[in-house]
Design a protein around this ligand. Structure first.
Ligand code: 26Q
Length: 797
């Protein structure tokens, strides 16, 4: 073991820096002292790795979001120091679990941000030269609580007590220029990304916005005390807060400034490194591959072209050619409301020079299309700036001015090719690739489920599956070995108890581990259909009451989700589910059979408990709407069955684990294409009085929306539609019956043959290897970035 913690040093750091003796130290003080010691321990390896990255071809992952979660346990795990820290803290009279009070770094919303974090982990572990670039928001994703069943938001000041994992690199600051002669300083904070069992360490560079003016003494002398630092405050605003939207676009000025800020700073950073290494800028693309995490960083493209042409005097053709060879774009959503478009007027105001480059790109594109004899109408649909030059399309810009384009699951890539980016696919089919998402097995198995990890290691006689999850596949042979399945069931019970304890601590609610734990956790969105889950619960509850449903295995239906603060319908769905919970709790006939719980402030740390303590993974988005999903993979890896639709990566999950080991229901994309245009949900409630009864709970007073009228709005959105969408546009009522059937089948399977049920779970866990982000990252490295692991340069342990 190359590393070990130094107890004496920890004690003296607590005394000198924090002014406390070890036995009086708070969790924060302990956390920071450990963080500081680890950072010091790894400094030589980190420096060496950084040098290696900058001296070879490397990839940069540009993302508005990095949903890192709590760093301390993961970093200790990767360095092999978890046991060491545990005993050391015990010696000091402290408990390693007390570090759970340390908040997550939630600089992301959901899937896209967490994927970025998993990718960095995988690249670090695989010795691949990849670095992350993003924004160091002062406030991350809001903290959520429920008051009377309604979501309330509070600010997430995640670094309030310090941030021992980041290093501020003042001397590497760059200046970003906005229209009107406004300058903002971008100061990098670097976080080490520690590879598992290797001394290779990647970097996440997060830019913080600061003023350039320093202090305006002229204003101060005139008595304008606030004005003296006003422009600094305005600059700092840029990295103040993460936009809480997930899968929806908002054309706000501050958001545009954020995108410009980190895209430009990152490009300037790359150019500086390139020149410092004594290289020719014409070779920029030979040393850099830049991955755009959705369109949010697309302005990096005009930013690079602008720098190369204006500052370094390359001609436009050469700069454009370099851009095409440098940038690649990943699409994460087909929801039309999430596709970024910026008004030209805004771009002209904020980034006149970048807009000028976009105009040049657009003109170039139009000429090329004319030369290929495309019709005017066709070109109009593809132009980078359309509607008489008033709207700039970021996805189109990314496809035109970049290299590879990819979707994040097979079905998603096919949908991109066939509809969202159809014209672009026929123009340039070879640009399109699929990269099915993945998750890091370090955080999502080794760390969050030590019990199952230990069983895998015991059966395989080695722990090297943590770096190569394909090694788990042969464990499928134990599916018929009852002694192994019984061990697995026992582990499940332990994890369920741990989850139940955690829930009791956080929510004050008790759940018995004998219940089936059925979990749906993800952002709240209509397309993800938490409301469908709610309807099915009410349907089953009514069925139990009427005597139609018998021998029901008690089930806890657990939800976790944050709703974007301005998304009223999503917030109404949270309230509705909380009302169902109350309704069931107050019914003596139901309360011992069904428990409904919406946990508060679902985040990465909560997810670690939920995915490892679940029996059933709810993945029930309308077919064709969820690009991939990654929560589905985390549950699978921990041994759950998927209760889900033919959507996103669910399709690949059942391909790996067997459809017979999961519960798949509902309309497929092809079905929806057929019946969709004639779909009338009113016909469904007319045919099925039980569904009707469930739906009426929204308007008949069974459940209360506190007089807001929000439940009624939800009801009409399903049966009448609204100005911007047709009735039940996510086909909840269409899928409800087959969903309930699947849920009841699952319940009967559990009752009839519990071992058989957990055998399915086992087969999911051991067949989840494909969904390691190591596999995904290798694919990006080989087929898009063309970067190589420099394994020989790093020590393994
Ligand atoms: C855009 C403009 C302005 C404000 C916000 C946004 C914005 C922010 C976040 C748009 C979209 C997002 C997030 C999208 C997202 O998380 N997509 C998810 O990506 C996962 C990783 O690929 C997939 O697994 C999920 O299926 C997909 O929903």
């Amino acid at each position: 073991m190359p590393y070990s913690l130094d107890k004496a040093k920890l004690i003296s750091n607590l005394e000198t820096k924090y002014g406390v003796s070890a036995d009086k130290a708070t969790p924060w003080q302990l956390h920071n002292a450990i963080g500081e010691q680890v950072t010091e321990l790894i400094a030589p390896s980190w420096n060496k790795s950084t040098k290696a990255h900058l001296s070879s071809r490397r990839a940069m992952y540009l993302s508005m979001e990095f949903l890192m979660g709590r760093a301390v346990y993961n970093n200790l795990l990767c360095l092999g120091l978890l046991g060491n820290a545990d005993t050391l803290l015990k010696d000091l009279g402290a408990d390693i679990n007390s570090l759970e009070e340390i908040e997550d770094a939630a600089l992301g919303n959901g899937g896209l941000g967490r994927l970025a974090a998993c990718f960095l982990d995988s690249a670090a572990t695989l010795d691949l030269p990849l670095d992350g670039y993003g924004i160091r928001y002062k406030y991350g994703l809001f903290r959520q609580s429920f008051v009377n069943g309604w979501q309330c938001e509070a600010a997430d000041n995640w670094s309030q007590f310090g941030d021992p994992w980041s290093v501020r690199r003042e001397q590497e600051s760059v200046v970003v220029e906005y229209g009107g002669g406004v300058f903002v300083r971008a100061v990098p904070y670097d976080m080490p990304i520690i590879g598992y069992g290797t001394n290779h360490i990647g970097t996440l560079r997060l830019w913080q916005a600061e003023g350039t003016s320093g202090f305006d003494f002229a204003k101060f002398d005139r008595g304008d005390y606030l004005g003296a630092t006003a422009s600094d405050r305005e600059a700092e605003n840029i990295s103040a807060v993460l936009y809480p939207n997930d899968n929806s676009y908002e054309g706000r000025l501050l958001r545009l400034k954020q995108e410009v800020f980190f895209s430009t700073a990152s490009v300037k950073d790359a150019i500086r490194h390139h020149l410092n290494a004594g290289r020719d800028l014409r070779d920029f693309h030979k040393y850099h591959a830049i991955q755009l995490n959705d369109t949010h960083p697309v302005l990096a493209i005009p930013a690079l072209i602008d720098e190369l042409t204006r500052v370094y005097n390359l001609d436009f053709d050469a700069a454009f050619d370099i851009a095409k060879r440098t940038f690649n774009y990943t699409n994460h959503t087909i929801m039309p409301e999430a596709l970024e478009k910026w008004d030209s007027t805004m771009l002209i105001d904020v980034v006149p020079r970048l807009f000028k480059v976009l105009v040049q790109l657009n003109e170039r594109f139009i000429s090329e299309m004319y030369a290929k004899d495309f019709t005017k109408a066709h070109i109009e649909n593809m132009k980078l700036i359309s509607n008489s030059n008033t709207v700039a399309h970021m996805a189109r810009t990314a496809v035109y001015a970049g290299g590879a384009v990819n979707g994040v699951a097979e079905i998603h890539t096919e949908i991109l090719k066939a509809s969202v980016l159809k014209d672009w696919y026929s123009l340039d089919p070879e640009k399109f690739q699929n990269k099915t998402n993945g998750i890091t097995p370090r955080r999502w198995l080794a760390l969050c489920n030590p019990e199952l990890s230990a069983l895998f290691t015991e059966l395989l006689g080695s722990g090297d599956w943590v770096r190569d999850t394909d090694k788990l596949k042969p464990l499928a042979k134990y599916a018929d070995d009852m002694s192994v399945i019984d061990k697995f069931v026992r582990i499940k019970e332990i994890r369920k108890q741990k989850l139940a304890d955690y829930i009791e601590k956080r929510e004050g609610v008790k759940i018995a581990p004998s219940f089936i734990f059925d979990v749906q956790v993800k952002r709240l969105h209509e397309y993800k259909r938490q409301l469908l889950n709610a309807f099915s619960i009410l349907y089953i509850a009514y069925g139990i009451k009427s005597g139609e449903i018998k021998d029901f295995q008690p089930t806890a239906f657990i939800f976790g989700a944050k709703a974007a603060p301005a998304y009223t319908r999503a917030k109404t769905i949270i309230k509705y589910i909380n009302e169902i919970a109350k309704f069931i709790k107050s019914d003596p006939q139901l309360r011992d059979l069904i428990k409904v719980l919406f946990v508060q402030n679902y985040n990465v740390s909560y997810a670690e408990y939920l995915v490892s303590g679940a029996d059933v993974s709810e993945q029930i988005s309308t077919a064709g709407t969820e690009a991939s999903g990654t929560g589905n993979m985390k549950f699978m890896q921990n041994g759950t069955v998927t209760l889900g639709t033919y959507d996103g990566a669910n399709i690949e999950i059942v391909r790996e684990a067997g459809e017979e080991n999961n519960y798949i229901f509902g309309a497929k994309v092809e079905d929806i294409e057929k019946f969709g245009p004639n779909y009338d949900p009113r016909k469904i409630i007319l045919d099925d009085s039980k569904i009707e009864k469930v739906l009426l709970s929204l308007i008949d007073g069974t459940l209360s929306d506190d007089g807001s009228g929000n439940f009624r709005e939800l009801y009409y959105s399903l049966l009448e539609g609204a100005s911007w969408h047709k009735a039940d546009n996510y086909y909840l009522l269409y899928d409800l019956r087959s969903y309930v059937d699947a849920k009841l089948q699952l319940n009967r399977d559990f009752v009839g043959d519990k071992r058989g049920f957990y055998k399915k779970c086992w087969l999911n866990a051991v067949n989840a290897g494909f969904f390691s982000s190591d596999r995904t990252i290798k694919d990006y490295a080989e087929n898009i970035w063309r970067i190589k692991a420099e394994a020989s340069r790093f020590t393994k342990f």
